[in-house]
Design a protein around this ligand. Structure first.
Ligand code: SF4
Length: 389
């Protein structure tokens, strides 16, 4: 018998994100000039509709898969970060791109769109903890170390799309490439055709999972570069012997799934298929039945036979939406507690209404811009990704 969707147990953070609680500190640093409508305003949906209508084709709203339903209902297109940036670039008539996602995604959209297009992030506090784990100064310091060791010439940098424009620019400057969770293997093959080693930023798990699961490397071929330790916490010999130098970054959402979650769901749900994102830890990915990007996860669940059972290890907003779209399938969340991306959830309906109404008033709120030099080299690394065989 098919079970109905069971909401995971709420955590304190999740309650805050759902608006049931308050934490003044959590809002520090949020820059929202002007008047943010209260979340209790019953006219929010009507206000968003009216503002969107007034703006017409001059605005294009992008919604990442991990966004809340209240926001996603106004998106002109939904997708993962790269698909959304491409969609923005394909709409040069839209003067304003409102990006319902996180900061690095809005930066990529700014890099890929035309000069006259302005990219707006409704809440500047919507960052990404993974992207923030690799600062340009830290990465440049690591590269100096490789240069001093005489290995920099053998190293090709590869960065995940989930990185700041600064890091993409660094990678472009040093002959590397950007990758997504869908094309990481192809990007790494391209890199190994050009150098003996790869410097993989900023997600250690995507790098490790790709080379070990899909390219026949062993765990011993990988070393972890910790920017908070002298020399990355690695000896000269370890750096010389490594085939891949993984930056010590991770996604705080996917990092929550554990081997215990997998074992527990297998006991609880007979015949369950475990489907996870490659940002999960290596042992979780090894124990799963299916592994792939957000778009892959959606496709697998869309195509799964009625009555089949799935435990999904990715962001909760996405899992809930796919479960609601397929009531004939038993789709459950891999963790028993709520697991939203806290920064993605910063973009709520009040912020979207505020951003749209500002645009109607002729003001451009929270514009995200990338400086010309960084944008140029980041584009080089992005174009290299698009040219991958
Ligand atoms: S889900 Fe993870 S990688 Fe994606 S925006 Fe949130 S913290 Fe960053």
């Amino acid at each position: 018998m098919t079970e109905t969707w069971a909401e995971p147990a709420p955590t304190a953070t999740a309650l805050l994100l759902l608006g049931r609680g308050s934490d003044a500190d959590s809002e520090k640093g949020v820059d929202c000039p002007g008047e943010l409508p209260p979340a209790s305003d019953p006219d929010l949906v009507a206000r968003a509709k009216a503002a969107k209508e007034k703006l017409g084709s001059s605005v294009f709203i992008l919604g990442h898969h991990y966004q809340r339903d209240e926001v996603i209902q106004f998106a002109d297109v939904t997708g993962d970060s790269f698909k959304l940036a491409q969609q923005a670039a394909a709409r040069p008539d839209a003067e304003h791109i409102v990006f319902c996602g996180v900061h690095f995604m809005a930066e990529s959209a700014d890099i890929l769109t035309k000069e006259h297009q302005k990219v707006v992030l409704p809440d500047l506090a919507a960052g990404c903890s993974m992207a923030d784990m690799a600062a340009l100064t830290q990465v440049e310091k690591a590269w100096e170390q490789f240069t001093d060791l005489g290995i920099a010439g053998d190293v090709v940098p590869v960065t995940y799309m989930n990185s700041t424009a600064d890091i993409k620019g660094f990678v472009g400057r040093h002959g590397g490439v950007v990758c997504t969770s869908s094309n990481a293997k192809r990007a790494l093959e391209w890199a190994y055709a050009r150098g003996e080693k790869v410097f993989f930023l900023p997600d250690q798990h995507l790098g490790r999972n790709t080379v070990v699961r899909e390219m026949g490397f062993s765990l011993d071929d990988c070393v972890l570069y910790n920017p908070h330790k002298p020399n990355g916490g690695l000896s000269e010999q370890e750096l010389r012997d490594a085939k891949i130098i993984l930056w010590r970054g991770h996604c705080s959402v996917h990092g929550r799934f554990t081997l215990d979650c997998v074992n527990e769901v297998r006991e609880r749900v007979p015949g369950v298929n475990v489907l996870v994102h490659p940002e999960c830890k290596h042992e979780v990915v090894e124990a799963a039945d299916y592994v792939g990007s957000t778009e892959y996860i959606i496709k697998v669940l869309d195509e799964a036979p009625a009555g089949s059972s799935w435990a999904v290890g990715t962001e909760l907003n996405l899992v809930r939406r796919v479960a609601a779209a397929h009531p004939d399938k038993n789709i459950t969340f891999l963790d028993r507690t709520v697991c939203y991306c806290s920064t993605m959830n910063r973009i709520d309906l009040p912020h979207l209404v505020w951003a749209l109404e500002e645009l109607v008033a002729g003001r451009v709120p929270n514009q995200i811009t990338v400086d010309g030099d960084t944008a140029h080299y980041a584009r080089v690394a992005l174009d290299q990704m698009l040219a991958l065989p």
